[in-house]
Design a protein around this ligand. Structure first.
Ligand code: FMN
Length: 218
């Protein structure tokens, strides 16, 4: 069975384009693969806590040395990591905020990229001491922006610190492939926005369906 973790990061609900894009993708996937198990984590509406000094101290201790209080400090992180671990596909639906990810999504990333749980640290590996512990997952990023030209080759390609950041952390959540679908021009609200939106919805429908079909046939 395919397990999908859907992470929503928009602060908006009904009006959110990234959430609508995720609805489209997941609906298409579920139509093609009705057995898929969809787990939803809405960090936009219910943000995870930020990492604190107490969190860091607890995370870097061996589990058997943690006090009950330190175990409690890591409870949210444990839960979020369990969701990532059990997922085959992670769908992140996120707006572009100030050229990067919303703080709520960054809080989620900081809770799940954790030593001894999702990555291993060993100085014996020289300049690259960090090794991911998870593998075999796919990451799909569904995003919306007010401006345009953030895709490779676009006029703002170097200003998209949302998908580039997620691509960098992808391997620490076990993702071996990253697909991105974007809606752009939201602030312009003109025909370019309509075209971008329609293309993104079509792509989400096609890619969701294809993945569902592949899974159903497996
Ligand atoms: C706090 C905030 C910051 C934003 N920063 C940017 C930005 O840097 N670049 C951009 O193109 N759009 C920016 N936007 C516009 C959003 O990316 C756009 O409205 C998008 O559709 C929001 O996603 P949503 O529809 O899923 O809520 C920003 C919007 C907000 C509310």
């Amino acid at each position: 069975m395919l397990t999908v973790l859907r992470v929503d990061a928009s602060a908006r609900n009904e009006r959110s384009l990234s959430r609508k894009l995720a609805d489209k993708y997941i609906d298409a996937l579920c139509r093609a693969c009705p057995d898929a198990d969809i787990v939803t984590r809405d960090v936009g509406s219910r943000p995870p806590p930020f990492v604190t000094e107490a969190w860091i101290a607890a995370a870097f201790k061996a589990p058997e040395d943690r006090s009950p209080h330190e175990q409690a400090v890591l409870e949210v992180s444990d839960q979020l990591i369990a969701e990532v671990k059990s997922a085959d596909l992670i769908v992140v639906a996120s707006p572009l905020y100030n050229y990067g990810m919303p703080a709520t999504l960054k809080a989620w990333v900081d809770q799940i990229v954790r030593v001894g749980k999702t990555f291993d640290f060993d100085l014996a590996r020289g300049d690259f001491p960090i090794e991911p512990m998870l593998s075999g997952k796919k990451l799909v990023v569904l995003t919306s922006s007010g401006e345009f030209g953030f895709a490779p080759g676009g006029i703002r390609q170097n200003q998209d610190h949302l998908t580039s950041h997620l691509q960098t952390v992808a391997k620490y959540i076990g993702a071996e492939s990253v697909d991105v679908i974007r809606i752009e021009y939201q602030e312009f609200g003109d025909e370019r926005h309509e075209t971008s939106k329609n293309a993104a919805f079509q792509m989400a429908e096609a890619q969701g369906r294809k993945l569902g079909q592949l899974q159903a046939a497996a």
